[in-house]
Design a protein around this ligand. Sequence first.
Ligand SMILES: [Zn+2]
Length: 425
Amino acid sequence: MSLFIKDALLDGKTTSILIEQDTIVGIGNDLPMPIDVNVIDASHFAVLPTFANMHTHAAMTLFRGYGDDHPLQEWLNEWIWPAERNLDDEIVYWGTRLACLEMIKSGTTLFNDMYFFPDAAARAVVDSGIRAMIGFTGFDFGDKEGAEKLKKDITEWFDNSKFKVQNSKLLTPVVAPHAPYTVSDSTLKWLSNFAAERDLLYHIHMSETQKEVEDSLLSHGTRPYRHLADLGILEQCGERFIGAHSLHLDNEEINLLGQHHVTVVHNPNSNLKLGSGYRFMYNELRDAGVNVTLGTDGCSSSNNLDMLEATKTMALLQKGWRGDPTAMPAKEALQVASRNGFKATGINAGKIEVGAKADLLLVDLDNIGFIPNNDTLSNYIYAAHSDAINTVICNGQPVMQNRKVKDEATIKEEAKRVVKKLIKK
Ligand SMILES: [Zn+2]
């Protein structure tokens, strides 16, 4: 069935949008109305592209508020890692459903995930109706047996995934080594070759803390990105490389990233909360030719998956640390949070244009953040909260209307149930 969004505000003008299957096929005031069509009256709404959350650990929604405000290593060693030993298929499924519910309610239709039990996560995404890059993650900590097991597991998963991840139109499998300090050089390189052979994205944590950079200088004699370049990984992956965080960079590294046209993911709320830093080199990376995207990181560090909130934090941080109110204007902030993320994953979305995939949302102009509506985009990024988002459409299908999402009550109850298996007090 077609979808007709009638009389929405788009770039300051009232217009209508026609969606056939998964694609925007018409924008204008005199579109022919198909016979079999679902009409959404959007006369109180503005239409905007949905968000692409480019770095998540979705099932970690179940760790929301658990062990906050402790030093990083203590938090990992005494809180998160012991509880993660309890993870199973069911916990990851409902944790990921909860994440998808929260993402839909805050306007996200694509996320780039890195966590365990990827088949359970994939199933949760399919049941939620949004898009995800499902990362097969792992580490070997330099252990030979661990490395062989990781290579065997990853090959088997990509060859025989139970839920046929590769065959779903909304899911894409991704190689996701945890970080250069938890995965040995030889395994990092092996995974890079594996990703090249199968044309897969390579998603990894990079240069999140100053300590990580200092440790790399001590163990390899170079900074983390220089080290990956020396291994040939940046060159081999090029545009398929996604470096989460990428916060502590020098000029040489920024140039290297630009040269290879990689994608980086800024996670401002996570970086602030964990005290990792706030001087993200946005202008420098953009000018060097890097595709800069935005993420929330997992709920154990950023506590929510709200991309509208993350977009505001990102824009304010750029203005703040640069001492420049013209840094990162609202339009550019939305582009980073939406279009650039879709671009990194090869999906033609993040824009309201004929021919683009129909991933879009409607915000309620009666919401307090839009009154008065002197500038819709400014109100959206700087004033409104995500409760202003009324309707979300992913790949041509409504996944939220009037703030109602399928299975919401069940997802909340199941999340409350399975967290008792994960966190045993
Ligand atoms: Zn992360």
